[in-house]
Design a protein around this ligand. Structure first.
Ligand SMILES: Nc1ncnc2c1ncn2[C@@H]1O[C@H](COP(=O)(O)OP(=O)(O)OP(=O)(O)O)[C@@H](O)[C@H]1O
Ligand SMILES: [Mg+2]
Length: 273
């Protein structure tokens, strides 16, 4: 006989308020997972995950960290065969908040302390936060804690109002400390929009830009199957109910997108008044 699930199991069978961390709850996105796995293997290339709001960027970023630290569960599911080579990165995750307004703020949040020299030294010190950061990660990389280097995932990168200089910082970092890889994640259609750069930044990412589209019906149905599995199929959705749920979810997502657009237009209109 099937065990009756607890209230908390039922409440968390679907997980709309929190990104998916555990690989066996991560549905679909096979090609994106494969692209991320290969991007981690590509020397000198950073990785970017872009797409609309709420599309699943942070969930994929969590899986990137899992793969980077040797968990091959999801890549094996996506390729449908065993993968014996494991990535071995020292990985960290950081989500930008309101306090991160510039490229320097970001580097400071990631561990580079701003120097507080006064007088003549001050002008030099103000420009040196990227140097401090470079030295810190070089030191870390030299400790050889992980075979393939250091991976830094920066989520909500689009919230940085003025990321000017970050692209050129990445360029010099690639030369100075090639063992460091960034994975930038945020709401944008492409990397230029994410980095707010006019110059081409494609080379820094060497094709490793993963643009997430809306999930297909099959992928959405897989989320329903995963939720059923989370409660040992004590409750199940039949074919018709699954179809209905999938189509309602899509309708709701479209309405939210429309609402988001409306809200954005309203704000732009207000700011023009
Ligand atoms: N591959 C997936 N499998 C199952 N559920 C998913 C998947 N991707 C996203 N979800 C669901 O969608 C929700 C939103 O995903 P997520 O937080 O990753 O999106 P996001 O693009 O980072 O959103 P935001 O733009 O708000 O940062 C998650 O809480 C999760 O329930
Ligand atoms: Mg997110």
């Amino acid at each position: 006989m099937k065990h009756q699930p607890t209230i908390s199991q039922i409440e968390n069978a679907f997980q709309p308020a929190k990104e998916i961390d555990v690989p066996n709850r991560f549905a679909g996105r096979h090609q994106s997972v494969i692209d991320c796995y290969y991007a981690l293997a590509t020397q000198g290339a950073n990785l970017a995950i872009v797409g609309n709001r709420g599309i699943g960027k942070s969930s994929l970023a969590r899986q990137v960290i899992r793969m980077a630290t040797g968990d091959n569960t999801l890549i094996e599911k996506s390729l449908d065969h065993r993968v014996f080579e494991r990535h071995d990165f020292l990985a960290m995750y950081f989500a930008c908040g309101d306090a991160v307004r510039t490229s320097d703020d970001l580097l400071e949040s990631l561990g580079a302390e701003r120097r507080t020299e006064s007088g003549a030294q001050k002008a030099i010190a103000q420009h040196s936060i990227d140097t401090v950061f470079t030295n810190v990660v070089r030191e870390l990389a030299n400790q050889g804690l992980a075979k393939h280097g250091i991976l830094i995932v920066v989520d909500e990168f689009d919230r940085i109002g003025d990321p000017a200089g970050f692209a050129s910082f990445l360029k010099s970092l690639a030369t100075n400390v090639p063992a460091v890889k960034f994975c930038l994640v945020g709401v944008a259609q492409d990397i230029k929009e994410l980095m707010k750069e006019h110059e081409s930044t494609d080379r820094l990412f060497a094709g490793s830009i993963v643009r997430l589209a809306a999930m297909t019906d099959d992928e959405l149905a897989e989320i329903v199957r995963t939720a059923e599995a989370a409660i040992d199929s004590y409750l199940t959705f039949d074919h018709g109910a699954t179809k209905r749920l999938v189509s309602d979810a899509k309708l709701f997502a479209n309405r939210s997108a429309l609402f988001a657009n409306d809200a954005e237009s309203a704000m732009i209109a207000c700011s023009l008044l």
